[in-house]
Design a protein around this ligand. Structure first.
Ligand SMILES: [Zn+2]
Ligand SMILES: [Zn+2]
Length: 212
């Protein structure tokens, strides 16, 4: 357990995505995970937190997780990190794009392309990149201590949709089984939508996982 770690969840955008502001109370270094909408809400939370945002990490490239990226990056000047296989979602800069009916300013080329096993450092806190393809080819989970940010891979009693181009249900289930269900029961799950859970609770009660 990292006693210096603070996690604030904001529910943003028309698809109610979770944006997390994560910070180290010791060094005041901070990170934003999935700035999916309502940039003014995210910016206010950053200001209130007094964290200096150094990295913006995207669990994947869907618009409901990046719609506020342009504004948050412009204001914080933080590095943008996304898995290499989802980098194509970030195209151009400053023009408008739309996906899932969400219109947003497109962000530019990412500063950092992530790969399986990469470490993102925030003060004394280290986040490990776990590549969990399925919902998108470049979906990742972020692991720190006994916490895991799961994006749209694993939800409370649910899993991400695989009805989109580039999605694969088989791959998603495989990612969950081989990368997440191998974690201990007490690991806390911070999903891309909906409420928190734990690995143990999902192992027992998630209809897409149990009895397999
Ligand atoms: Zn998604
Ligand atoms: Zn989503």
């Amino acid at each position: 357990m990292d006693e210096n770690l603070i996690i604030k969840r904001l529910v943003v955008g028309s698809l109610s995505a979770n944006c997390y502001i994560v910070g180290n109370t010791d060094t005041r270094e901070g990170m934003v995970i999935d700035p999916g909408g309502n940039p003014e809400v995210i910016l206010k939370a950053i200001t209130d937190s007094k964290f200096v945002i150094q990295t913006i990490v995207l669990t994947h490239g869907h618009s409901d997780h990046i719609a506020a990226l342009f504004d948050i990056q412009a204001r914080t000047r933080a590095d943008v990190a996304i898995h290499i296989e989802d980098a194509d979602f970030l195209e151009g800069r400053g023009s408008f794009s739309s996906m899932f009916g969400i219109s947003y300013k497109t962000p530019g080329t990412p500063d950092r392309l992530l790969h399986e096993g990469d470490i993102i450092e925030m003060g004394s806190t280290r986040f490990t990149v776990v590549h969990t393809p399925g919902h998108t080819p470049g979906s990742i989970c972020l692991l720190t201590g006994n916490r895991v940010f799961t994006g749209d891979t694993l939800f409370y009693r649910g899993i991400g949709t695989t009805l989109m181009p580039g999605s694969s249900h088989r791959q998603l289930i495989d990612s969950i089984q081989t990368r997440l269900m191998v974690l201990p029961d007490d690991f806390r799950i911070y999903p891309g939508h909906g409420r928190e859970s734990t690995i143990g609770a999902e192992r027992r009660s998630n209809p897409f996982i149990r009895n397999r």
